[in-house]
Unconditional design. Structure first.
Length: 197
């Protein structure tokens, strides 16, 4: 049983324009905001509401919830941040075992320091820069995929953790639409002609 959900079904946040680059691993977190990001172009973000999502089993298990959103072929994923994420565990599961996998490339653990069972609320110290940490990646098929899983599966096919609220922001650099690329190309031709006169 695969719990794949289109992102629009769980997201009340709009994709909004921000400008900049991205930021770091929890161990080397820089307290930056989206305006501090330096990617050389516009950086967009998509926001996923976490209310009601659950973490079931180890990475790749069919019981896990997967959220997918099309961002465009060739889009580069460059950062992430979260705010007011409410997480609670069940049974013997620890808070730091709850993970959010991004396209099997990066795993986020909002409660990385909490090696115990219970409940907690978490906000990242800023945007974690995938570029600076050399973990940015490109969406070859254009699909952002978020898998909610456990690093240690305490009980197979049962819920290990629940997200009671909060938001996850994924920062990305879109590939320009073909029309935009053509316009940029024409602008370059015009500049070249002017330079030859």
């Amino acid at each position: 049983m695969n719990h794949t959900i289109p992102a629009l079904a769980v997201s009340a946040c709009a994709t909004t324009l921000a400008f900049g680059a991205a930021v770091n691993h929890p161990e080397a977190a820089q307290s930056l905001n989206a305006n501090d990001l330096r990617t050389g172009g516009p950086t967009l973000y998509t926001c996923i509401e976490l209310q009601g999502l659950e973490s079931w089993d180890g990475s790749g298990d069919l019981s896990n919830i997967v959220i997918e959103q099309f961002l465009g072929i060739g889009t580069e994923i460059v950062g992430a941040r979260w705010e007011d994420v409410q997480l609670s565990t069940t049974g013997n599961s620890f808070l730091n075992e709850a993970s959010i996998g991004l396209n099997n490339q990066v795993a986020l653990r909002v409660a990385a320091a909490d090696n115990f069972s219970g409940t907690g609320t978490y906000t990242s110290p800023g945007v974690f820069d995938f570029i600076a940490n050399e973990i940015s990646y490109t969406l070859d098929d254009g699909m952002l995929s978020l898998e909610f899983f456990e690093t240690q599966d305490d009980a197979s096919d049962t819920i290990d953790a629940r997200y009671g609220g909060g938001k996850l922001y994924i920062y990305y650099i879109p590939v320009p639409a073909p029309g935009s690329v053509a316009l940029l190309g024409l602008a370059g031709v015009a500049v070249t002609r002017r330079g030859r006169s």
